[in-house]
Every structure is written in C-alpha cells, then in structure tokens.
Design a protein around this ligand. Structure first.
Ligand code: UDP
Ligand code: MG
Length: 139
C-alpha cells in the first residue's frame, strides 16, 4: 500500500564519502524493508524535474547542480507510517539542527549536501518512486 511506503535517495555526498553501507544499515535497523533499490545518476534535466516544486527557491540552481553531480542510491522503503518515521530517522534539513543519532546528524555536512532525501507525503512518495523505478523494479 502506498501509505506504507516512502522514497529515499542517498545523495551524491553520501556515495562519494563511502557511506552507502552505514546509511543502509541505519535504515534497515530502523525497521524499513527495501522494496526497490538502484544506483543511478540524475541528469541536470532529471534533477530539475525531480525538484520542480523548488524551482523558484534561491537554492534551486545549486540543488540541481549537486544532485546531478554524481551517482546516488535511490530506494523505495516499506514500513508502517513510512513517510513520517523516515523523516524522523533522517532528521532536520540542516544537519546543524538535526537530532542526535539521525542520519543527517551523523553523515551530512551542510544544508545542501545533507546525505539523504526523504519524501514529505504519501502522494510525493508515490510520485518520486515512480520517477526512478518501473513497475518491474518494485517488489
Ligand atoms: N536545500 C538547500 N538550501 C535550503 C533548503 C534546502 O540547499 O535552504 C536543499 C537540501 O539539499 C534539501 C533540498 O534542497 O534537502 C530540498 O529541500 P526541502 O526543503 O524539501 O528539504 P528536505 O525535505 O530534503 O528536508
Ligand atoms: Mg523536501
């Protein structure tokens, strides 16, 4: 069910720094099951489309540049209350404000390069998952 799923990306900073394994361990230890996963890289056009909701924001250009700068790990995660629980697990957007033990507190270096993406609603989780995965890639 869509209400039990969220979408995440381990952002280019996490992949570059070798944090894929550590972050996936945090995610699975928190009770999330992996329903889909791949390493991929977004083009500039992909990143603009994925983050279109932010297109008027001052940080949009930097965000698009960063998110298309290297490979990411995209995944669909399943758990009861997935969207909300995953936002708690990753912590605040700015790692300086993120709670102790959260993924962003542990692995993010700045507001822009903040280690992971997490969907903000069930509706966006479904849209974002479909952006990256075909039906045959989701289990
Ligand atoms: N971002 C940024 N500067 C800001 C706000 C956001 O660079 O002032 C980037 C950051 O990488 C963030 C992404 O844009 O994760 C999307 O922003 P959003 O407000 O949706 O934060 P999130 O949902 O990722 O916590
Ligand atoms: Mg967001």
């Amino acid at each position: 069910m869509a209400t039990n799923r969220t979408f995440t990306m381990l952002k280019p900073d996490s992949v570059e720094k070798g944090y894929i394994g550590a972050i996936l361990e945090k995610i699975t230890a928190a009770g999330f099951k992996i329903a889909a996963m791949k390493m991929t890289q977004m083009t500039v056009a992909d990143a603009k489309a994925f983050y279109a909701v932010h297109s008027e924001r001052p940080f949009f250009g930097e965000l698009v540049e960063f998110m298309s700068s290297g490979p990411i790990v995209a995944a669909i995660l399943e758990k009861n209350n997935a969207v909300e629980d995953f936002r708690v697990l990753i912590g605040a957007t700015n790692p300086a404000d993120a709670a102790e033990g959260t993924i962003r507190k542990l692995y993010a270096s700045s507001m822009g390069e903040n280690a992971v993406h997490g969907s903000d609603s069930d509706e966006n989780a479904a849209i974002e998952g479909a952006f990256h995965f075909s039906g045959r890639e989701v289990f």
